[in-house]
Ligand binder design. Structure first.
Ligand code: COA
Ligand code: ADP
Length: 516
């Protein structure tokens, strides 16, 4: 099995090549004013906060804040942050996966904080943090983190956004990694399609006891909404948060029909708003349970819009997949009944839901994991390739953005910087060379040529070119110290060239080369 050697290698040998190799990288303390920025008084200029007391009218049947209401608040706060930066109206283009860590009860306070992580051309990534607060006990909980993309929109001209200038270490990291996340987002639909097409199907349908199965048809929901002025912004476009709330509503009904209980929403897969809808539009929302696993179920929702008198001309607005569980009195997930899909589309969705569950777990495990929790070694397979590459490059960028690199030595204008973090020691070498940066990058990031300049590499062979920028290599390194045997390992190497298409020309990302 090919092993991804994980953080161990990434933290130990990761290399980054800035656009001028002489650049005194952003990680040096004297280049930043983060001491000031991190201190009291600093506030990101795009930061917007919202605090709401949860009232009975915001709750579901379990007396907890309904996720639909929360999504509306999240979307509004994020939109206001995006508009503060853009200086013009913005629409929600997408909302990345959200995992809910806590439910929020009536009487508690929800605090939402949003700020623009990075502006691209006409779009911005907005980071949102949601916490809840118990006013009686002063306790606070993290509820979820979300990342939304907003697109600035002016009537007559295409918008070119001004760039953001990150100040604190955390802002620099988010700024840097936002570019990598954007890349992943824009290929998301194709990635999922490819993964589903190639996913090995474990056909467990025939093996299940039909007498204990609930027909999926029983969970089907269809509901219509008329978009009214309170559902839309001043330009008449429906708020993304409102659509997400309607989607959550039909999904909850479908989930309840499977289990005869009040289900709890645990996770939402990426929302992509494919096209706008306006006041006066009718939105048709359809939901059904696609598959039920032991303790969770996937509900799919699809939204279409039409104008009065043009019912056959429907526009696809959004499709999303939500994961529900049913909790018992001790908040433990209960066992769910199996589902029997309808032949045709139903069976296809049933199988695709199984595949998505695996893909989702991988994504959550690799992408949402706190850096310190990522294990040393992660088995590679095509379903987690995109996330491992993302993690590869984002870890490197995060490392580079740190403020506490220390200059350890300088010999013949070659500077060695080190950074000690927990149990990891990282190195960063910097030198001035009179070679075009792109050419130097190509040479240094060519693993086949690495044995020419790195004595830890004796031989490198490409095992698999997984996509244009990523490859899996078998590396043999010479015996070290008293060990007489050579070592070999398999690595995933990700290269990001100096100027990828789609990055704003004013802030070209430095090229990055990273191995996991
Ligand atoms: N996730 C994140 N950003 C996306 C995206 C996605 N799935 N799809 C497109 N974008 C970004 C592009 O990267 C581009 O950003 P850039 O200018 O910074 O490079 C920007 O959106 C415009 O892309 P473009 O290809 O010119 O436009 P498009 O035809 O794909 O339209 C939207 C993108 C978002 C404007 C369009 O799909 C839309 O109007 N959606 C509905 C938005 C809305 O009304 N939301 C509220 C609820 S209905
Ligand atoms: P797909 O069918 O490939 O999953 P769609 O965008 O058509 O993609 O639908 C997304 C999800 O919405 C489906 O997986 C399903 O759960 C739900 N859905 C779609 N059409 C219907 C329908 N007619 N009735 C109930 N639910 C539907």
């Amino acid at each position: 099995m090919i092993q991804n050697v994980g953080n161990h290698l990434r933290r130990g040998f990761a290399s980054v090549f800035s656009s001028r190799l002489s650049r005194k990288s952003a990680c040096r303390a004297e280049d930043t004013d983060s001491t000031m920025a991190d201190g009291e008084g600093y506030r990101n200029p795009t930061e917007v906060q919202m605090s709401q007391v949860v009232l009975p009218c915001h709750t579901n049947q379990r007396g907890e804040l309904s996720v639909g209401q929360l999504l509306k608040w999240i979307d509004t706060t994020a939109c206001l942050s995006a508009e503060r930066h853009a200086g013009c109206p913005c629409v929600t283009a997408s909302m990345d996966d959200i995992y809910f860590e806590h439910t929020i009860s009536v009487g508690q306070v929800v605090n939402i904080k949003a700020k623009v992580n990075r502006a691209f051309n006409s779009s911005m990534e907005v980071g949102i943090q949601v916490t809840s607060e118990d006013l009686c006990s002063e306790k606070q909980w993290s509820v979820c983190k979300a990342l939304a993309t907003f697109v600035a929109h002016r009537e007559l001209s295409k918008v070119k956004l001004k760039q953001t200038t990150p100040q604190t270490e955390e802002e620099k990291m988010e700024h840097s990694v936002a570019a990598e996340r954007r890349r992943m987002r824009l290929v998301y639909a194709d990635t999922i399609k490819d993964l589903l097409a190639n996913f090995p199907i474990q056909d467990d349908l025939e093996r299940r006891d039909c007498s204990h199965m609930v027909p999926a048809e029983k969970t089907r929901v269809e509901s219509v909404e008329l978009v009214l002025p309170p559902h839309a912004n001043h330009q008449g476009n429906t708020f993304g948060g409102q659509i997400m709330a309607w989607m959550e509503n039909v999904a909850t009904i479908a989930a309840s029909r499977l289990c005869y209980a009040h289900p709890t929403l645990k996770a939402i897969e990426m929302f992509h708003f494919r096209g706008p809808s306006q006041v006066g539009d009718r939105l048709v929302l359809k939901a059904i349970v696609n598959n039920a696993f032991k303790h969770s179920m996937e509900v799919g929702v699809c939204v279409e819009a039409y104008r009065q008198g043009a019912e056959t001309h429907r526009r696809h607005i959004n499709s999303a997949f939500m994961t529900f569980v049913v909790l018992d009195a001790d908040d433990q997930p209960q066992k769910l009944p199996w589902i029997r899909p309808q032949p045709g589309d139903g069976e296809r969705r049933y199988r695709e839901a199984s595949a998505r569950k695996k893909i989702r777990l991988d994504r959550k495990y690799i992408v949402s994991c706190k850096q310190t929790e990522v294990p040393l070694s992660v088995p590679w397979d095509p379903s987690n390739q995109v996330y491992l590459s993302y993690n590869n490059v984002s870890s490197l960028k995060m490392l580079m953005a740190k403020d506490n690199w220390a200059l350890s030595s300088e010999i013949n204008e070659v500077r060695l910087y080190t950074l000690e973090d927990d149990k990891f020691l990282s190195f960063h070498v910097e030198m001035v060379v009179c070679v075009d940066a792109a050419q130097a990058f190509l040479l240094l990031s060519d693993l086949h040529r690495r044995p020419e300049w790195d004595k830890h590499y004796r031989n490198v062979e490409l095992v698999q070119q997984v996509d244009e920028d990523d490859g899996i290599y078998h590396v043999i390194s010479p015996a070290l110290g008293s060990d007489t045997k050579p070592h070999d390992f398999v690595i995933l190497a990700s290269r990001r060239k100096p100027c990828d298409n789609g990055y704003p020309t004013t802030t070209r990302p430095p090229p990055a080369f990273s191995t996991t």
